[in-house]
Write a protein that binds this ligand. Structure first.
Ligand code: 5AD
Ligand code: SF4
Length: 447
């Protein structure tokens, strides 16, 4: 009998997609997937190393799982580490954490079944940090997807940007785009299976550059990404979202595509990281605040009202009070629909790790809170402006607050709660907004 495998996922959407892909391969190889560590013979941690906190959480979880006993072998489960921490730390994980039996790099997802077999066959120190191999294609069975209505579709893996603070180019390697025909076929398949929304995902979706234009011949556009958006829109999938966009590569033709196709959703995630030109230069972002604001202007001036969200890092080495004030001004100007704020976390091996002038933890906290307060007030006004407006919502689940309410996301990617009135998950409904909450909207169903 083959073993039961549980995968615990940390970090970004790319890791979620990788877990789905790994589960597809495991089940094909005869393994059973299980939804908790206590019922598993094999526990895999799909790890994130973008900030230190995520790394520490995994170590704690490995400590807990070591103490469990597998229902079949009555010994502790076989423990594997996959994802970014595995790729970056490799062999040294075995030395630091002896409970780990298996190390799986970010491009070894399709080889997990045979790696597990090697460990079970008695081999010690099994590790695979190699690249993806020819013929390994993105294949995810609907059974492994997190939701039966919303699917993540990776279009580009890796990153070539090397922002000075970021570990991703080291953990995920160079940018590699999937062929357009393969992507479009996957979206068509998802549509025929009843999916209502796809998220085209990648570290930088708008840097999409496939080896050939196959599948894009009939779709015009200034960049391969805007052509891909049109091609995917043409599948008639109900809702198409995409994230993350890299400011330097954000061509105005993306906005034109959103204006042409209503099923391309009205939301752009465009991380600024900082509002200070001095810090942006030291971050090696390839854009200054003026370039960034020009992109934002293009988005705000669209014929459609497009929601805009962003990421900001506070406390980057050398960030002065003046630099931070520039970030505050930028955030005020951009009027983001949501903002993800991060305290700078030093990542060994990145250029920024060698910079002096660290900002103290206390100061990072102070700046974090000041920025959060500003965003809360900006967001409050913005959300209240939705009162009286209609939004289209994909119903996802019962609301966490009340069993009489359902919750879902709008096309502009806001959480919307509303009186259920016999709607079911998977329905797309119109909701009239009656109330703005700090991080969500509340409304009534329009029948
Ligand atoms: N410290 C803090 N935040 C970081 N991010 C990436 N690297 C770091 C780091 N070293 C943030 C960036 C990025 C988001 C996914 O995580 O804002 O856009
Ligand atoms: Fe990291 Fe910059 Fe690449 Fe984003 S663009 S993954 S922040 S290096």
């Amino acid at each position: 009998m083959k073993s039961k495998v549980y995968i615990e996922t940390f970090g970004c959407q790319m890791n979620v997609a990788d877990t789905e892909r790994a589960a597809t391969g495991l089940r094909k190889a005869g393994y059973e997937m299980t939804s908790s560590a206590t019922t598993a013979d094999v526990v895999l941690f799909n790890t994130c190393s973008v900030r230190e906190r995520a790394e520490r959480k995994v170590l704690r979880r490995i400590g807990e799982v070591r103490k469990l006993s597998s229902p079949t072998t009555h010994k502790r489960p076989l423990i594997g580490v996959m994802g970014c921490v595995a790729q970056l730390e490799g062999q040294s994980i075995f030395d630091k954490t002896p409970a780990v039996d298996l190390i799986i790099g970010t491009q070894a997802t399709d080889r997990i079944p045979s790696l597990i077999e090697r460990v079970q066959g008695g081999e010690a120190g099994v590790i695979d940090l190699d690249e993806r191999q020819e013929g390994e294609v993105w294949d995810v069975s609907p059974a492994e997807r997190r939701s039966p209505y919303v699917a993540f579709v990776p279009i580009i893996e890796g990153c070539n940007k090397f922002c000075s603070f970021c570990i991703v180019p080291y953990s995920r390697g160079r940018e590699k785009s999937r062929g357009a025909r393969e992507i479009v076929n996957e979206v068509l398949r998802l549509r025929s299976l009843g999916y209502k929304e796809v998220h085209l995902i990648g570290q930088n979706v708008n840097s999409y550059r496939p080896r050939s234009m196959e599948g894009l011949e009939d779709y015009p556009g200034a960049t391969p990404f805007s052509r891909l958006l049109r091609a995917v829109a043409n599948t008639r999938m109900d809702r198409i979202k995409f994230t993350t966009s890299f400011p330097r590569d954000f061509h105005p033709d993306i906005v034109s595509a959103l204006e042409e196709y209503p099923n391309l959703c009205d939301w752009v995630h465009l991380p600024a990281q900082s509002g200070s030109d001095r810090i942006l230069k030291s971050m090696r972002r390839g854009h200054n605040s003026e370039d960034y604001l020009k992109r934002v202007e293009g988005i705000k001036n669209s014929k459609r009202r497009l929601a805009l969200t962003s990421d900001i890092i506070v406390g980057f080495p050398g960030e002065t009070a003046e630099d931070f004030a520039a970030t505050m001004r930028l955030v005020e100007k951009c009027e983001y629909d949501a903002l993800y704020i991060f305290k700078y976390s030093k990542r060994a091996g990145t250029p920024a790790a060698r910079l002096d002038d660290a900002v103290s933890e206390d100061e990072k906290t102070t700046r974090f809170m000041a920025l959060e307060e500003l965003q809360t007030s900006v967001q409050g006004k913005l959300y209240n402006a939705y009162i009286g407006r209609k939004v289209s919502v994909l119903v996802e689940r019962e609301s966490a607050r009340s069993s009489e309410d359902m919750a879902g996301h709008s096309t502009c990617h806001k959480v919307v709660n509303f009186k259920a009135n016999q709607t079911r998950p998977g329905d797309i409904v119109e909701v009239l907004i009656t109330e703005g909450k700090p991080n969500s909207l509340y409304g009534e169903l329009i029948s």
